[in-house]
Design a protein around this ligand. Sequence first.
Ligand code: SAH
Length: 215
Amino acid sequence: MKDTYRHKGLRQQLAEQIKKKGIIDSAVLEAINKVPRHLFMDSSFLEFAYEDKPFPIGSGQTISQPYTVAFQTELLEIKKGDKVLEVGTGSGYQACILMELGARLYTIERQKSLYIKTKSFLASMGYKPKAISYGDGYKGLPAFAPFDKIIVTAGAPYVPSELIEQLKPGGHLVIPVGTDLQEMKRITKLDDNNIKEEKHGSFRFVPLLTDKAND
Ligand code: SAH
């Protein structure tokens, strides 16, 4: 599958649309403009790739809505070279947006089939995460901690303390918290190790799984 002028044009329109919805960070918009989202989706959904909507990616999971990807990314305030942990690799789209912004990216996925598929897909695209890991994101990635930023891309029933522990002072954890509907939280670890919490509106994500993955 190729990235054609038509795809590029549609992507530009998508970035414009997201900007109108309130994303102001130009580096984030540029990343949306750059990453060929249609390649991250099953071919039957190709024509929908540049609508601002979530879509199924197999294994009962979804690729997040572009606006939501941009919103979470903006909240992270990525600086080039930041060491970033993503919980919920899924299609790898969010991971690539973060890498376009210069993140050194570590990502973890609970579903083996998706982990295998996305790992080889990212390699074929030429994207190089520092690590793609198969495991339980509730535990973070202690072997590589601490991180400048942590993003959770599935709805968490609560904020896992392990993720806060694995955050550097000054770092952000962006996490949608709730069961049916999630509240987007940005948790900042202050230099004295205290926590600051902000709320950034309601979103709907697939759940962060606690039980064994159905591989
Ligand atoms: N960031 C992804 C969004 C995928 S949806 C993208 O850009 O496409 C959320 C993902 O979280 C799913 O792939 C799901 O399998 C994964 N997930 C759910 N529970 C998890 C857990 N406990 N640990 C790691 N990943 C988990």
